[in-house]
Design a protein around this ligand. Structure first.
Ligand code: UDP
Length: 341
């Protein structure tokens, strides 16, 4: 069984990817510093798989600890690098924290991978690199623009680091997956998103509002140039996104990948915030308390993916509808509440 290092494997997308890796016949090994997740995600993974997955408590910016890891865990065939901070607002307030963690961890990881002759990497990127796109849907050729937050800039810089490494003649093979909006949870409801404090993202805010933890959802603006005036996003089920990592690492290990490749991972469909709310209500039978508020600064009015490249070259396909994703997010919220009682 090929051993795959999953950094940030106890996090939201990481934990779902660990499950999919095992189910595809890989042996994932997690490293995580648990700065933005909880031990319970490991228990959730174990409950789904019927066995535990090895996890090392390591901070990815710690080069010496990474070295010790590679010395101990021999035979790593490839790496999927999720470990990063992701709160846009916080990154504006604490930019150095974001540059240190998100850029620093990638550089440390690449250095140590080179030392140990591990040369296959899947990197978590984001559609944030496209900024406010001039044309929709966005393809991988859509120009990358100046980021509008330090968080976004870390993703852009990390992509540039990987491109520079590729053109340097290094034998590192990297696939950067540009995620659109991951939502939902594993159908077992054993793992899902664990937002710390008040959620910034739409779907955890919706589920917490429906569960009575938050009083009301505020929809940020209804005066955009979209059919109902609310922003458009491409919401992709986290399990579909997790599977994209499995096919990406498979392609890298098969030797078919170029030195550096970029793929959009979304559904190819844009939905407005109001459509997302209605999908939640239809899928769960819950009535959501919401109001329209002012625009949130920095929001992209509309973005959704052209996923032709991932479909044709990775064999990526989405299997879940927006309703199914919303239902799974709700089931996870209910599970969380039951286990916290
Ligand atoms: N959104 C909203 N209210 C919230 C959180 C988000 O109306 O409490 C909207 C936000 O303006 C955006 C969409 O939901 O149009 C997705 O926001 P999210 O923060 O989840 O993702 P991102 O903005 O990074 O795409």
């Amino acid at each position: 069984m090929k051993k795959i290092l999953v950094t940030g494997g106890a996090g939201y997308i990481g934990s779902h990817t660990v499950v999919e890796l095992v189910q595809a016949g890989y042996e994932p090994v997690i490293i995580d510093n648990f700065s933005n997740t909880e031990e319970r995600s490991l228990q959730g993974i174990a409950a789904i798989l019927g066995r535990e997955v090895t996890c090392h408590r390591i901070d990815c910016t710690d080069t010496a600890a990474l070295r010790r890891f590679f010395e101990q865990e021999t035979g790593i065939a490839g790496v999927i690098h999720f470990a990063a901070y992701k709160a846009v607002g916080e990154s504006v307030e604490e930019p150095l924290k974001y540059y240190h963690n998100n850029v620093g961890s990638l550089v440390a990881l690449l250095q140590v991978m080179q030392e140990f002759n591990v040369n296959k990497l899947v990197f978590s990127s984001s559609c944030t690199v496209y900024g406010i796109p001039a044309e929709l849907p966005v393809t991988e050729q859509t120009p990358v623009q100046k980021a509008n937050s330090p968080y976004g800039n870390t993703k852009k810089i990390c992509e540039e680091i990987l491109s520079d490494l590729a053109t340097s003649g290094s034998d590192m093979y990297t696939t950067a997956l540009r995620y659109f909006n991951p939502i939902g949870a594993h159908p077992s409801a054993e793992i899902g998103e664990l937002p710390l404090g008040v959620p910034n993202n739409l779907v955890p805010f919706i589920t917490q509002t429906a569960a009575g933890i938050r009083e009301q959802l505020t929809i940020f603006g209804n005066d955009y140039d979209t059919p109902d005036g609310t922003c458009i996003r491409d919401y992709v089920h986290v399990v579909d996104l997790a599977k994209a990592h499995v096919v990406a690492i498979e392609r890298l290990l098969s030797g078919k990948a170029e030195n550096i490749e970029f793929f959009n991972v979304g559904t190819g469909t844009g939905n407005t915030v109001l459509e997302a709310v209605q999908a939640f209500e239809r899928a769960t039978g819950e009535k959501l308390n919401y109001k329209i508020g002012p625009r949130r600064s920095g929001d992209v009015p509309k973005i959704y993916a052209d996923v032709t490249k991932a479909t044709e070259e990775l064999g990526f396909k989405t299997t879940s509808t927006l309703e199914e994703a919303m239902k799974s997010a709700w089931d996870w919220q209910m599970h969380l509440q039951k286990t916290e009682e």
